[in-house]
Design a protein around this ligand. Structure first.
Ligand SMILES: [Zn+2]
Length: 110
């Protein structure tokens, strides 16, 4: 018997590739877009999907929030997956991008 193929194999492949990158270290959306070969604006949607689907597999998406490199303003760590363009405090545009990685949530057996 053959398993039916996923209706969207490419989407799944992209998410698997993203998850693999994030298991190996922290990456910004820009890094990920280059590594996986999709537009940076598409990365946020895939990350949001991963953030929802990963907990079922004992993993979660960790977000390091963006920071202003000029004045040190730290962007609120509400789950913002897209890159802010400007610092609300000093209006500088030299910002450290938010970075993402995966962490296992599996706890050792009791
Ligand atoms: Zn600033």
């Amino acid at each position: 018997m053959t398993e039916p193929r996923s209706p969207a194999p490419r989407q799944t492949t992209i998410r698997q590739a993203l998850a693999d990158m994030l298991r190996h270290g922290e990456h910004s959306a820009r890094d990920l877009s280059r590594l996986v070969g999709i537009a940076e604006k598409e990365v946020a949607g895939h990350l949001a999907h991963l953030g929802k689907s990963l907990p079922a597999h004992g993993e979660r998406l960790l977000v390091t929030s963006a920071e202003c490199l000029a004045c040190g303003y730290a962007f609120p760590s509400r789950t913002r997956l897209t890159r802010p363009s400007r610092c609300p405090q000093c209006h500088g545009t030299h910002l450290a991008e938010p970075r993402f990685r995966l962490s296992t949530t599996r706890r050792p057996a009791d």
